[in-house]
Structures are given as C-alpha cells and as structure tokens.
Design a protein around this ligand. Structure first.
Ligand SMILES: C[S@@+](CC[C@H](N)C(=O)[O-])C[C@H]1O[C@@H](n2cnc3c(N)ncnc32)[C@H](O)[C@@H]1O
Length: 407
C-alpha cells in the first residue's frame, strides 16, 4: 500500500475527529508496511498536523475556495505541501508522487494538484502564531508571559518515545538489545529508533509509555509505602501503577469505565493491586486520604508534540469551560484530603487559567491549604504557587502544585 495514499486516509479521519496516534497505529498494523515506508507515513501524518496552520495559510492564495474541494484532495494538498516545504526529499519526485496519488483519488483534480504544488511557496512572512502552529489566544497569552518562545517551536519536533520501567523492565530491554538512554527521573528511559510494538518489555507490561513530566506528578506526591492514595481523574491508572509498585495503597477514581477497564488489565499484567472506582468527581466522593492526586482534565497545550491534532481543536471558549470544571474537581479533592495531608494538582497544560491562576484562586478560597515549594529535576518555565515544566528536550509541558492541608 502506498504510504502517501494512506497518509491522506489517516488525515481525513483525524480531520473528522479521530485521535492521530491510534488511527495511525491501526493503519500501520493493518498494512504492515516495511520500516522505511512506515516511517514516511508517520512523518507525513504528524508533520502535516504540526504544520497545518502554516500550510493552510501558505496554500490559500493558490486555492480559490479550499472548502469546496473534496476532503481527500484538501488533505492531500496539505500533506504534499508539508513534504515539499518541510522535508529534504527531492522536490520533483515529491510532486510527481503526489500527482499520482491525486489521479487515483480524484482524477479531475489531478491537474489542480499539479499546478498548485508547482506554484505555491511557503509564506515566511506569515504571522508568528501561524508559523508556530498555535491558535491566536494561546499566542497572545504565551507571548505576553514569556520573552522567549523557542520552546513553542520545539513542540513542532517529533516526539521521542519515553518508557516508565517496572521491576525487570530494564533487564528485558538490555537482553533484547534495545538501545535506550536514561531519562531525567530514575524509572524513566528514552528509546532510540525502535517501534514500541517490537519492544518485548512493553509487550510483557514491564515498560509503559509515559512522558517523564506525567510520571513526575506521582513522584511529587511523595506517598510512602503503605500510605493510602486517592488517584482522582486517574484514567487507566498509569500513575496509580507507579505508586502501587512503590507500596502505596491506591484507590483510582475516574468517570470513564473503558479507561479503567484497560487499567485493570494492565495492572494484572504487572501483578500490582489498585482499587478502581467509577465516579463523577464533580460530585463529592465521600472518601478521604492523607495523599490525594488530582491529575485534572485539561486543554493539553503542553502535549502538542505528541498530540499534534490538538491544534485543530483548541478553542478559546474551551479554556474557561475547562477551568470551571477543574475548579469543581479541586473542591472534591480538597474535601477528600485529610487534615495534615497533601493534595497534588497537575495538568498537562501551560495556560494560567488551568494552572497558577486556578491554584491562586483555590488558595484564596481555602486558607486551610498552603503551597509547599517544589524542586523537580526537570527544566522549569515559570514558578509561583506551583511550577510549570518547560516542554523542551522531548518533555511534555505540565503545571504542578503541591498543597499541604493544615492539621
Ligand atoms: C489528564 S487525564 C488523567 C490521566 C491519568 N491520571 C493518567 O495518568 O493517565 C484526565 C482524566 O479525567 C477524567 N475525567 C474528566 N472529567 C471527570 C469527572 N467529572 N469525574 C471523573 N473523572 C473525570 C477523564 O476520564 C480522564 O481520564
């Protein structure tokens, strides 16, 4: 199967609302492409999504009415323009390859594709937000908070593969001869050039894909052996698993039963014990513990590297909606924290409304909590009541606050 043809098909599905990673994985699994072609397909899908704003902007002058084009031809033009402008492959061969795909997809549009690809140029004078590939509202916030936005451009680079290792995982990687390097946290490693599905430690559940910034939330909680932890918005229990492996007793709470089901299977494979409870934590929980982790739902602006399709979906109005939800979830988390206990709040987003402002407002409503200083071993963007991790060197951007409840 032709990887360019497949790229258009994956991009169309993502354009209709599917997540990029699982949609691409399905295509890779079904068609079993040789490694080089699989690499081309992956690059075309991720690269096009990362650069979409800049591609659309640059193609516009050459397309009278892009929305009147068939969906497949529009995505074909974006993917072809990405390959022409952002890779070093020979231009002539690239244009010919895409015209060939256009002929199969919609013969009457092949002439237009040929003409546009030969005429159009990447517009280097595009506005900064367009070149960085972020919506205006984010650009406005980030450019007013930070003098240097080079880390935003770094979010346009391919995402490395990070694994969190469980006992036996490191040895299995070594036995298999997989090349990896140590990450910034003790159980975290970075894989070099091996597809995840070929990694035996992953197949056996001893290595879990997880960005170090995500793992850090569980590390910063500081729960020791035998301590009770409430893992709120715990999803499939990735953080719960790490905590349980260190001897904590964990109750993981989420409203998504499907994710929890996946989590149960995973924990079984790891031989770890975590209790799951399906509950809407916008409502009181009726349970309390000395350690509470709230890894709240968020806009995900710190994860654009691994989730490039978020760029299509980020809307300013979602920011206030998300902040209002986080505020409610924080109320449940506050009530569930025992006096003298710790509440760790984290989001994989770098906005003020979801991070520092959210926590400042919380602290003014809850004088019984005070922030404890954090010194994580990851690069920081900004400090306040909590800290923002800088999404550089393959790390996701996160905000964390560790709040101590007075006795
Ligand atoms: C950032 S994810 C958490 C990921 C998880 N902690 C992990 O480490 O993989 C946010 C989670 O919040 C859950 N969620 C969203 N709204 C919720 C609600 N009202 N009650 C319970 N869970 C909710 C989602 O199902 C999702 O799993």
């Amino acid at each position: 199967m032709n990887p360019r043809w497949l790229a258009v098909s994956v991009l169309q599905k993502v354009g209709r609302g599917k997540f990029a990673a699982p949609t691409l994985d399905q295509a890779l699994l079904r068609h079993r492409l040789p490694r080089q072609q699989a690499g081309l397909l992956t690059d075309l899908v991720y690269g096009t999504l990362r650069r979409l704003h800049h591609l659309e902007y640059s193609l516009k002058p050459n397309l009278k009415n892009p929305s009147s084009l068939p969906d497949g031809i529009r995505w074909l033009l974006y993917a072809a323009a990405y390959e022409l402008w952002f890779t070093h492959r020979p231009k002539h061969a690239v244009v010919n390859a895409w015209v060939g795909v256009a002929k199969r997809l919609s013969e009457p549009h092949a002439g237009l594709v040929n003409a546009v690809l030969r005429r159009a140029r990447l517009d280097q004078g595009a506005p900064a937000a367009v070149k960085l590939g972020i919506p205006d509202f984010l650009y406005q916030e980030w450019s007013s908070r930070f003098d240097d936005l080079s880390w935003v451009e770094e979010l346009n680079e391919p995402s490395p593969l990070w694994l969190t290792l469980y006992p036996g995982g490191r040895e299995l990687l070594q036995q298999q001869g997989v090349s990896f390097s140590d990450g910034p946290l003790p159980d975290s490693v970075r894989l070099e050039g091996v597809p995840l599905r070929e990694v035996e430690a992953f197949r056996k559940g001893l290595a879990q894909p997880q960005n170090p910034s995500s793992l850090l939330a569980a590390v910063l909680l500081g729960a020791g052996e035998g301590e009770l932890v409430l893992d709120l918005a715990g999803g499939s229990g990735l953080k719960a698993a790490w905590l349980a492996a260190r001897g904590a007793r964990v109750l993981s709470v989420d409203s998504n039963t499907r994710r929890q089901q996946e989590g149960r299977k995973n924990l079984e494979r790891l031989g770890l014990n975590v209790e799951f409870l399906t509950h809407d934590i916008a409502k009181p929980l009726g349970r309390a513990a000395p350690y509470v982790l709230l890894d709240a739902p968020c806009l995900g602006t710190g994860t654009l590297r691994g989730h490039p399709e978020l760029r299509l979906r980020l809307k300013q109005q979602d920011l206030s909606r998300m902040a209002a939800l986080q505020r409610r979830l924080l109320e449940t988390a506050a009530e569930a924290t025992e006096p003298g206990g710790v509440l760790l709040y984290s989001v994989c987003s770098l906005t003020l409304a979801e991070g520092e402002k959210q926590i400042r407002d919380f602290l003014s409503r809850h004088p019984e909590f005070e922030p404890s200083p954090l010194e994580p071993p990851l690069p920081l963007l900004e400090r306040g009541a909590g800290v923002y991790v800088k999404p550089t060197e393959g790390l996701d951007g996160f905000y964390y606050a560790r709040l101590q409840k007075l006795s």
